[in-house]
Ligand binder design. Sequence first.
Ligand SMILES: C[S@@+](CC[C@H](N)C(=O)[O-])C[C@H]1O[C@@H](n2cnc3c(N)ncnc32)[C@H](O)[C@@H]1O
Length: 118
Amino acid sequence: MVMGVDIAAGMLEQAQRKVEALGLGNVEFQLADAEVFNYPANQFDQILCANTFPWIAEKLATLQRWYQFLRPGGRIGIHTPAETAYVGYIVETDLHHLLYSAICPVVRRSYSASSSIK
Ligand SMILES: C[S@@+](CC[C@H](N)C(=O)[O-])C[C@H]1O[C@@H](n2cnc3c(N)ncnc32)[C@H](O)[C@@H]1O
């Protein structure tokens, strides 16, 4: 099962149309603020933040929240433009700061190895 989350109803309506056009039967959507989105722990294999990280105000708290939703071995991916683009550079800088100053060493090692958070 795939769950799509966005804070804007119009974005979810667009996404729903795409899912229907593709005939996908395993996608559901939830209108929510990803910073305070509540869900039981240990539910997801992967969380992908698609082009939204710059809008997350409390980045560390949000990453910690998402981390709780992952099953053991799960990953968080941050999808963003390449770091040569301004937005990509900002996200990369934010992540570098967060991962090297605040999040546990296991996460740091994973980030170094693969640029994603295990
Ligand atoms: C650049 S758009 C990317 C949309 C889509 N994820 C994609 O990759 O095509 C950024 C999206 O982030 C959403 N957004 C911003 N802050 C959010 C939040 N706190 N929680 C959930 N979605 C948020 C906006 O509504 C918008 O749809």
